[in-house]
Design a protein around this ligand. Structure first.
Ligand code: GLV
Ligand code: MN
Ligand code: MN
Length: 403
């Protein structure tokens, strides 16, 4: 089969998994049935290719071509994640995993034999859509998220990560830093659909990631007082929803003031009755900036303003500005025909690994809509194949050829 045919086939195998037929978006949340189906699909594809699947202490799936434990310098890993945000697009995550599998096919069909082993990884729970902390899979194995905190994280139904993992047949007591898994990785190159419009503007199919912006998530608890919607005078109300609306406006103003990005995309109102004034509200803030001072100033301004009405803001996760290795980035751009080098405000497991000292970089594939975290996210088949070819070139260069 041609690479285009294999790409189409793999894509169609996962197209229906976790897809909401009404919105067309994906709901593949960590340790749910959809996520487990994606994991099973991945292990089947790895088995079909004769790759050796090793799960680390968090359940991230590493499929190795060659024995990483026999390499003193570690192997070259690629891959991404198979979970999604609520109503996510098809490409964010899966494009990197599918491209990794296809890059291996391509290298093999060219008769290439790697000197260093090569892996494709599926990171668990990258989006943090269920338990609130992004990149939980890579954070736990690098120690950036403690096992105790991870196990205790709760989803919207109050189910802890430990309970969800147990229900999925796993042993949450095994969670923890996994230096052995990390030692196998000499370098990590994550391919990802672009989540913006840079490559459209530049007229290029493929780019190289130079750094991730500083970013984080905060929970804002807003107090109110429950009362009757039909009998309580406006002047007597302590309405949590009014303060929540103010938090949204304040967030936008702070982002504008500091040249950052700040978003409230999730709100929960208690008790949620049409005819009751809200007793409390919870809003989740996502804030990002290319540099740390802008992020700090944005968050401080929001915290000060919402704090004045009694709201309490708690950090749920935070990732510093993360530059990828300069030499590796230039090497990739050179290998890829002078591909444009771009920073991004999106978070990725590649960033978590880079912060843990792993040599890491990223390849982006053009997205003709420029839209992501939405069913409108796209990548054209020719660009996906250009991404596979780029990834194969990079893997071969980094892994070297057997003499
Ligand atoms: C991950 O996609 C993030 O940047 O939120
Ligand atoms: Mn994403
Ligand atoms: Mn992603």
């Amino acid at each position: 089969m041609t690479q285009a045919g294999t790409f189409e086939q793999l894509w169609s195998e996962i197209a229906g998994i976790g897809r909401d037929p009404t919105t067309g978006g994906y709901r593949r949340f960590a340790w749910t049935e959809a996520d487990l189906s994606m994991r099973e699909w991945f292990s089947g594809q790895c088995a079909a290719r004769g790759l050796d699947l090793i799960e680390d202490r968090m359940g991230n799936q590493w499929a190795w071509w060659g024995d990483p434990d026999r390499s003193t310098t570690g192997g070259i890993a690629t891959g991404s994640h198979l979970d999604s945000v609520p109503d996510g697009g098809a490409f964010d995550g899966p494009l990197g995993v599918v491209s990794g599998l296809l890059a291996i096919d391509r290298l093999r069909s060219n008769g290439y034999a790697p000197r260093r082993p090569i892996a494709v990884v599926n990171f668990v729970d990258e989006e943090g859509a269920r338990f609130g902390v992004s990149c939980a899979g890579s954070r736990v194995i690098t120690g950036a998220l403690s096992a105790d905190r991870a196990r205790a994280l709760r989803d919207a139904d109050g189910v802890t990560m430990a309970e969800a993992m147990r229900a999925a047949g796993r042993q949450p007591d095994q969670l923890g830093p996994d230096p052995d898994a990390l030692a196998r990785v000499g370098a990590f190159v994550e391919l990802h659909v672009e989540q913006g419009r840079d490559l459209i503007d530049r007229g290029r199919a493929v780019g190289v990631g130079s750094r991730l912006w500083a970013h984080g998530r905060w929970r804002i608890e807003i107090p109110g007082e429950a009362n009757h919607a039909g009998t309580t005078r406006l002047s007597d109300r302590r309405d949590a929803v009014i303060e929540c609306a103010r938090a949204v406006i304040v967030t936008r103003a702070a982002a504008e003031a500091y040249g950052s990005l700040a978003t409230i995309g999730k709100i929960s109102i208690q008790p949620g009755g049409v005819n009751a004034i809200a007793s409390s509200a919870t809003a989740w803030l996502d804030a990002r900036a290319d540099d740390e001072p802008a992020l700090r100033a944005t968050v401080a301004q929001i915290e000060e303003e919402v704090g004045s009405s009694g709201a309490v803001m708690t950090e749920e996760s935070r990732t510093p500005q993360t530059p990828f290795d300069d030499v590796l980035v230039s090497r990739l751009a050179g290998l890829l025909d002078g591909a444009p080098v771009m920073s991004t405000g999106a978070g990725h497991d590649a960033g978590i690994l880079a912060n843990a000292g792993v040599l890491a970089a990223m390849i982006f594939v053009r997205n003709p809509t420029g839209v992501s975290h939405s069913p409108a996210e796209r990548a054209e088949p020719e660009d996906c194949l250009a991404g596979v070819a780029a990834l194969a070139t990079v893997l071969a260069d980094l892994a070297g050829a057997e003499q």
